[in-house]
Design a protein around this ligand. Structure first.
Ligand code: NAD
Length: 480
């Protein structure tokens, strides 16, 4: 395949240094192309283009901008299968997931913000006896969007769509590990003659290309999704330029399972919430807290369900569990499994690399793993592993469950399983996490706030929250 190039000012361009990074298909463990490794000069060039185009884009009517977003969505939708195939090639995720979740959600991101922005209060008025106030929200200018490898196009577009509908122009960098669908998005932009310079897609190493975006004095805001260590570094590096920051970071999410839940619904969903995308979704449940009265039954049923997961070549439509996204991440997960053993963890199922015969013989596969006998303070229960590894812990009372759930530096999401509405509401209000699901998981109304507390995040995405982030507010007060 041809090298993946930057897309700056409506043109595909080589990186100025002519340096590239290998891109690997993790399901087969082989390089399939290279991606541009941008440096300061490439970012400067992209920022110049974005600044220039800002003057035209920001004064287009909302309806015009909205039409452009719909055109992007339509073009991705027309090529959904091809996009899904590319996402699976880059990440090792099952093709069924790419087709049902990743690409449809990327399309929905553009469609949602195209419509939702029409109801956003870009201008509002407040009046009393002494003054009348006109409050306006206007775009920031050039903004940066930096996204991770686990849900590549899904999260990339979740940032780009609200940024551009609000009138900003964008420097967007996907993960260097999974740049293919971002590249395909740039091909869509070229095909539909999307106004040049409004979305500039630059590729490259995070500590190089990403860091240049974060430190650039003309970039007014950075919306980032990725690891907590990277987010912390971004907060430090952006401080001298006083950028607006939205940081969506790691999680170590509890699922609290009471004995009065709808058991079969819970079990089916917990399998998904634990092992979808090989556990590489920031919202995955990784600490399963189970009421002691059903602990033994749950343990045996979970192991049985895990043993039935269809693991294999992500390109096969019935595969439910695919490869880990990179060799580096595969090594990290296996390291944590060894650490779990050293900490006294009991591996109930999995706990090892998997050999898949045929095409995926050299791919990076780790068996879905369930561990118990570890205290909540163990490293395995405190660190984000971000893979197919879950732990089980029993609790006897509601208070104990809440304490275990909250006793962690992260606070992204939590899932509560109970048919007692009062109890589940009480637990939900006592859990320190930004997103709580009761008797469901990953159900999203895109108008609702999305983001984490503590080390999991700063700010919220979704609906008004995203449009608020990508705009600046001005109040004009007139004496009456
Ligand atoms: P990462 O932090 O390594 O990389 C994320 C992005 O940041 C990539 O594009 C990378 O190139 C870039 N980057 C790296 N160093 C940078 C720097 N110094 N300056 C600027 N950019 C830099 O994360 P990852 O390994 O790609 O993704 C996994 C992490 O993402 C997990 O911790 C997961 O929980 C988190 N995540 C969070 C959410 C959420 O919504 N909270 C969603 C998905 C993933």
């Amino acid at each position: 395949m041809e090298p993946i190039q930057n897309y700056i000012n409506g043109e595909f361009v080589e990186p100025i240094s002519n340096e590239y990074i290998d891109v690997i298909n993790p399901a087969i463990g082989e390089k399939y192309t290279v991606v541009a490794n941008s440096n300061k000069k490439d970012i400067d060039k992209a920022v110049d283009a974005a600044q220039e185009s800002f003057f035209k884009w920001s004064v287009l009517s909302l309806e015009n901008r909205s039409d452009y977003l719909i055109q992007i969505a339509n073009e991705i939708e027309n090529n959904l299968d091809e996009f899904a195939y590319c996402e699976t090639k880059d990440t090792g995720k099952p093709i069924s997931l790419s087709k049902k979740m990743d690409i449809p959600r990327a399309i929905a991101n553009f469609r949602f913000f195209a419509e939702f922005a029409k109801s956003f209060h870009f201008e509002s008025k407040i009046k009393d006896g002494k003054s009348s106030n006109v409050i306006t929200r206007f775009p920031l200018g050039v903004v940066g969007c930096i996204s991770p490898w686990n849900l590549p196009l899904y999260l990339f577009t979740w940032k780009i769509a609200p940024a551009i509908i609000s009138g900003n122009t964008v420097i967007a960098k996907p993960s260097e590990i999974s740049p293919l669908t971002a590249y395909k998005l740039s091909q869509v932009l070229a095909k539909i003659n999307f106004p040049r310079g409004v979305i500039n897609i630059v590729h490259g190493d995070g500590n190089r290309a990403g860091s240049e975006i974060v430190r650039h004095p003309k970039i007014k805001a950075v919306s980032f999704t990725g690891g907590t260590n990277t987010g912390t570094k971004i907060a430090q590096e952006s401080a001298p330029t006083l950028k607006k920051l939205s940081l969506e970071m790691g999680g170590k999410n509890p699922a609290i399972i009471f004995d009065d839940c709808n058991y079969s619904n819970m079990l089916n969903t917990v399998i998904n919430s634990s092992f979808s995308n090989q556990g590489q979704i920031c919202l995955c449940s990784s600490r399963l807290l189970i009421h002691s009265s059903i602990y033994t039954k749950f343990k045996s049923d979970l192991i049985d369900s895990v043993s039935k997961l269809k693991i294999g070549d992500p390109n096969e439509i019935d595969t439910e569990f695919g490869a880990i996204s990179s060799k580096e991440h595969y090594d990290k997960i296996l390291h944590y499994i060894e650490l779990a053993k050293k900490e006294g963890g009991n591996i109930l199922i999995g706990g090892e690399p998997l050999n898949i015969t045929g095409r995926c013989n050299n791919g990076y596969f780790v068996a879905p793993t369930v561990i118990d006998s570890l205290d909540n303070s163990s490293i395995i229960n405190q660190d984000e592993i971000f893979g197919p590894v879950v732990t089980l812990q029993a609790f006897d009372s509601e208070d104990e469950a809440v304490n275990i759930a909250n006793n962690i530096d992260y606070g992204l999401s939590a899932t509560i399983w109970s048919n007692d509405t009062e109890k589940s509401n009480r637990v939900a209000s006592n859990i320190n996490a930004g997103v709580i699901w009761i008797n469901c998981w990953l159900v999203r109304d895109l108008r609702t706030p999305f983001g984490g507390m503590k080390q999991s995040g700063l700010g919220r995405e979704g609906g008004d929250y995203a449009l608020d982030f990508f705009t600046e507010t001005k109040n004009i007060c007139r004496s009456l």
